[in-house]
Design a protein around this ligand. Structure first.
Ligand code: G1P
Ligand code: ZN
Length: 539
């Protein structure tokens, strides 16, 4: 039976950089999830003809949330739901499932790389038929629904068994429980040279893949160990856990410390990769070597011809404005299209759909391409393995050769977390107002050549988005400031610092960027305004 439940709006359901992300306890409040899902359905016409994917990264509250979404979908007479077995679907695989089956959208239940559990975070990425997250105009329409909602429709059907592949029904809504892994791995096989990768992984090459107890473990075990023949145990932290085993499932130098220690220890393996909770982020490590994500994007792009799917050419490349300029130098040298977009993967979608770009990436450990409409941690890992298989060089050699050819953008991101929202907002407004007065000023040995708010004009829908403030220096260095759109504890100010050099290629980024980091704090008055003398997190 379908019931109509009276409700009142929650006013905090505006989506951020990557969907709706909240404390789990917030998401578990009565009617909270229900209101949000109904608000999405309210923006979609003809639901009786529409099909959606549901899945998630396995974090706490996923299973309960999936049952609720099924029943609300049934309450709204949705035609069909595809659901990952046991409720699991990685973000990249979800994008592929939507595109391959021509679905109308999907709900990926994840707070990405944020920790999970009752006291941690929960989230929903809402994708449209593009296979990627909804556009700003669509999230605005949904937000308006969340403010106006007065009722939702829900079936009182018993819970659906998600553990067996097969078909069933909830009210009139057809349900298909699907294998979330096989189709995605077939897609990878169409892009990369699996026999070549197999010969690398069955040689004495030593590789570790860290699933960080997130959703990619089962994908990686099947791919690397079963299909590509890597030894058992290659994939570590391979079982998705509701609280990620207490791990903060963010693949970076801070949160993947055990893997970093392994790669910087005696007898380190040749290559390691880690993925985040929902499998879209990646970190790449060699023996005693960390690949900065901005460099990773540049190196992958420069090597596109080594990959069967790209051998005949790529359209172009895009990066978020905050990502270093390294990939721009590659795009210029290769004479391919180049775009800069605001932070958030959704901004790449129109560029991919209109054949302007093939490869794209962000400084925040995200790289991907137009095979799907999300960033893709396993794809990035396979791309790096392919470069190694073709060149038989170490990660460090590959990076060093790249820098010798193009110069190096030393790069760091400084995050100042848990700031009062009003303090953070005022800091950004005041900083924006003073940008014109900075031009021509000298700080230490760095002179400002330009300073402006970053504004992106989408070439497909002509929408305009402002995101962050950029300061350029005469020597090619840059500082970018912006406020995070994914945090769940107060506001986070991010400052992105880069310095371009053609000599001294193997220095420590902290040393090379010390002065610029200090200048970034001075210009933003962060210490004065927040009392913080240094960032909480440096990546
Ligand atoms: C962060 C990253 C951004 C990424 C997003 C989702 O968003 O900076 O690049 O797309 O997570 O993974 P932010 O918190 O900065 O808004
Ligand atoms: Zn993620």
């Amino acid at each position: 039976m379908i019931e109509t439940i009276q409700t009142v709006p929650y006013t905090d359901q505006k989506m951020g950089t990557a969907g709706l992300r909240r404390k789990t306890q917030t998401a578990m409040q009565p009617h909270y999830l229900e209101n949000f899902i109904q608000s999405i359905f309210n923006t979609i016409p003809n639901l009786a003809e529409k099909s959606f994917l549901i899945g998630g990264d396995g974090r706490y509250f996923n299973k309960t949330a999936i049952q609720k979404i099924i029943k609300i979908a049934a309450g709204n007479h949705v035609k069909k739901l595809y659901i990952g077995q046991n409720g699991l679907v990685s973000t990249p695989a979800g994008s592929h499932i939507i595109l391959k089956n021509k679905l109308d959208g999907g709900f990926i239940l994840t707070a990405s790389h944020n920790p999970g559990g009752q006291k941690e975070d929960f989230g929903i990425k809402y994708a449209t038929k593009t296979g990627g997250q909804c556009q700003p105009s669509e999230s605005q329409a949904i937000y308006e629904q969340t403010l106006a909602i007065g009722e939702y429709k829900i079936s009182d059907h018993p819970d659906i068994d998600l553990s067996h592949i097969g078909r069933t029904q909830c009210e009139e809504t057809q349900i298909e429980i699907i294998d979330p892994i096989t189709d995605y791995l077939n897609l990878m096989q169409q892009i990369f040279d699996f026999p070549k990768l197999k010969s690398l992984l069955t040689s004495n090459f030593r590789f570790v893949f860290d699933g960080m107890n997130g959703v990619t473990g089962p994908y990686a075990k099947k791919l690397f160990e079963e299909i590509l023949g890597a030894p058992a145990g290659t994939v570590i932290r391979a079982t998705p856990l509701e609280d990620f085993g207490g791990v903060h499932p963010d693949p970076n130098l801070t949160y993947a410390k055990s893997l970093v220690d392994l790669m910087y220890g005696n007898d380190a393996p040749d290559f390691a990769a880690a993925n985040d909770g929902d499998g879209d982020r990646n970190m790449i490590l060699g023996q005693n070597f960390f690949v900065c994500p901005s460099d990773s994007l540049a190196i992958l792009t420069d090597n596109y011809k080594l990959i069967p799917a790209y051998r005949n050419g790529i359209f172009g490349v895009a990066k978020s404005a905050a990502t270093s300029m390294a990939v721009k130098r590659v795009a210029d040298a290769l004479n391919i299209g180049y775009y800069e977009v605001p932070t958030g993967w959704k901004y790449f979608i129109h560029l991919m759909d209109s054949n302007r770009i093939t490869i794209c990436g962000e400084e925040s450990f995200g790289t991907g391409a137009s095979h799907i409409r999300e960033k893709d941690g396993i794809w990035a890992t396979l791309f790096w393995l392919s470069i190694i298989a073709e060149t038989r060089k170490s990660v460090k050699e590959i990076a060093l050769e790249h820098w010798k050819k193009y110069g190096r953008s030393y790069y760091l991101r400084n995050d100042f977390e848990n700031l009062p929202q009003d303090v953070a907002d005022k800091l950004m407004t005041d900083l924006q107002n003073k940008l014109p007065s900075l031009i021509g000023q000298t700080f230490g040995s760095f002179t400002v050549s330009d300073a402006y708010p970053f504004v992106y004009n989408d070439p497909v829908d002509n929408s305009s988005t402002q995101n962050g403030l950029i300061i350029h220096f005469r020597d090619g260095s840059r500082i970018v400031y912006r406020l995070s759109g994914t945090g769940t504890n107060g506001a986070t100010l991010r400052s992105y610092i880069e310095r371009y050099v053609t000599m001294d290629l193997l220095e420590n980024p902290e040393d090379m960027l010390k002065d610029l980091c200090r200048i970034s704090r001075q210009i933003s008055e962060i210490t004065l305004r927040t009392g913080k003398e240094r960032p909480d997190i440096v990546t």
